[in-house]
Write a protein that binds this ligand. Structure first.
Ligand SMILES: *Cc1c(COP(=O)(O)O)cnc(C)c1O
Length: 412
C-alpha cells in the first residue's frame, strides 16, 4: 500500500463551506416552503454575466482555432505575449509601475497560484497569516507540511497568526516577531478592509529589513474607489525586492467560471539557500510553471485581453458599480437595524459584528431560520473572526433588495 501525505490528515474536517452547505440542506429538507425563499449571500462568487466584449473576443478566438492557418496548439506556459503585455501595460506601467511583460505569469486562477507558490519556497520558513484569513493560504501550508496540528479553535501550530480586530481596523499590524513569508490580502476577504499607503509602506519596510517575502493577494483591487488606497503592492517603493502579487480576472471580469488570473514575480526578488546564498525567484517560478502547467486556453486569454479594451473597461465598470451598489444597500440596511458594519466600501464584502452574546454560527442559524438568508460565519475564517459574519454583495439587485428588507423586518 502506498504511503499517503499525512499532512492532509491534519486538515480540519469541518471546512467552512461544506458545513454551511450541510446546515442549509438540513434546513431546506425540513422547511420546503421557506427554502424557496432562500437567498445566498455566502460564498464569494459573482452572479452577473460575462461582458459582451469578452464573449465577442472568445467567439473570434474559437473561430481562429477552426482553420489550419490560424489554429494554435500548446501556447507558452507563462501566457501569450499579447495578454502579458496588456496586463503589464495597463495594470502597471500606465500607473507608473515599472513591471516587464515577462514578470507576468498568466494562470488559471489565483487560488491555484497562492497554493503553487509554495513549490518554490523552502519548508523551513516562518509563515504568517492574518486572522481572519482566506482559508487557502492556511490549508496549502498544512498540506505542504509547514504546520503542526490544529487546536480546538482551528489554529495550526507553527503558523504565526496576525489578529485583525476592530482596534486595528482589520488590518494586521506589523509583528514584533520575524516571519519569512507573510500573506497579505487587500482589499480583504473576508473583512472588506483595505490597507492605506502608510500601512503597506510599513509592511514593505518590515520585509526589506528582515528579508521577508510578502505574498500580496490583490484579487479585489478593482473594487477600490478611494483614490488614496494603493491597488498594487508595487506602488510602494522597494516592493519589487520583497513581494509577489496575485491578481485575478475572477472578481472584476466575472471570470470565476472562465478561469484566468496572473501572478507577478519581479526579477529583482531574491530568496536564500540554507547555506546562505541568494538566488532570484523568477527563474524558479518560470521553471515551475513550464514543468507543471501548460498554459491557459487561448480562447480564455483572448477573453481576458478584451477586458482591457475600451468596451471591456466600460463593462467592467458597470459590473463593479452593480456589486458596489449592492454593497451600499446591504450596508445601509445593516446600519439601520443597529449593527456595526465594516467593509463594503472598497470591497464587495461586509463584515458585521453579531449582536451581544451571539456567536458567528448562532447568527448564521438565526439568519437562516428567521430570514432564509445565508451568510458566512466569521469564525470559519479564523478565531479572530468569532463574533462577526460576512455578507457578500455578489448577487442580483432584486435579491439584495429583498435581503435588505428582510434584515429590516427581523426582530433584532
Ligand atoms: C476570489 C478570490 C481569489 C481569486 O481566485 P481565482 O482562483 O482566481 O478565482 C483570490 N483570492 C481571494 C482572497 C479571493 O477571494
Amino acid at each position: 500500500m502506498a504511503y499517503l501525505n499525512q499532512n492532509y490528515l491534519k486538515l480540519r474536517a469541518g471546512y467552512l463551506f461544506p458545513e454551511i452547505a450541510r446546515r442549509v440542506k438540513t434546513f431546506c429538507d425540513a422547511h420546503p416552503e421557506p427554502a424557496q425563499r432562500l437567498i445566498r449571500c455566502g460564498i464569494g462568487d459573482v452572479t452577473e454575466p460575462l461582458p459582451s466584449a469578452v464573449r465577442t473576443a472568445m467567439h473570434a478566438a474559437v473561430d481562429e482555432l477552426g482553420t489550419r492557418e490560424t489554429f494554435r496548439g500548446y501556447g507558452p506556459e507563462q501566457g501569450y505575449e499579447f495578454l502579458r503585455h496588456a496586463i503589464a501595460e495597463n495594470d502597471y506601467r500606465a500607473r507608473g509601475i515599472a513591471i516587464d511583460n515577462d514578470e507576468i505569469f498568466v494562470s488559471d486562477g489565483s487560488k491555484c497560484d497562492c497554493g503553487s507558490i509554495l513549490d518554490i519556497l523552502g519548508d523551513n520558513n516562518r509563515i504568517a497569516v492574518m486572522d481572519p484569513v482566506y482559508p487557502v493560504y492556511v490549508d496549502t501550508n498544512v498540506m505542504a507540511g509547514h504546520t503542526g496540528e490544529a487546536n480546538a479553535s482551528g489554529a495550526y501550530d507553527g503558523l504565526l497568526y496576525l489578529p485583525c480586530t476592530e482596534a486595528n481596523g482589520f488590518v494586521a499590524d506589523v509583528p514584533t516577531e520575524i516571519a519569512d513569508v507573510i500573506y497579505l490580502c487587500f482589499p480583504n476577504n473576508p473583512t472588506g478592509s483595505v490597507a492605506t499607503r502608510a500601512q503597506l509602506e510599513a509592511w514593505v519596510a518590515y520585509a526589506l529589513k528582515h528579508g521577508s517575502l510578502l505574498l500580496f493577494d490583490a484579487a479585489y483591487e478593482a473594487y477600490i474607489s478611494d483614490p488614496e488606497i494603493p491597488h498594487s503592492i508595487y506602488e510602494i517603493p522597494g516592493a519589487k525586492e520583497c513581494a509577489i502579487e496575485f491578481r485575478s480576472f475572477s472578481k472584476n471580469g466575472g471570470f470565476t467560471g472562465t478561469r484566468c488570473a496572473f501572478t507577478v514575480v519581479p526579477k529583482a526578488l531574491q530568496g536564500r539557500t540554507k547555506s546562505g546564498d541568494t538566488h532570484p525567484l523568477h527563474p524558479l517560478w518560470n521553471r515551475r510553471m513550464s514543468t507543471k502547467f501548460n498554459g491557459v486556453p487561448y480562447i480564455v486569454q483572448r477573453g481576458a485581453e478584451a477586458l482591457y479594451s475600451e468596451q471591456g473597461r466600460t463593462e467592467v465598470q458597470a459590473l463593479l458599480s452593480h456589486y458596489m451598489g449592492n454593497a451600499a444597500l446591504l450596508r445601509q440596511a445593516a446600519l439601520d437595524v443597529g449593527l456595526s458594519v465594516w467593509g463594503g466600501i472598497n470591497a464587495p464584502y461586509l463584515w458585521v459584528r453579531t449582536p451581544p452574546q451571539t456567536s458567528s454560527w448562532q447568527m448564521f442559524d438565526r439568519l437562516l431560520h428567521e430570514t432564509n438568508v445565508v451568510i458566512t460565519p466569521g469564525s470559519g475564517f479564523g478565531s479572530a473572526g468569532e463574533g462577526y459574519f460576512r455578507i457578500s454583495a455578489f448577487n442580483s439587485r432584486q435579491a439584495v433588495e429583498e435581503v435588505a428588507s428582510r434584515l429590516r423586518a427581523m426582530a433584532w
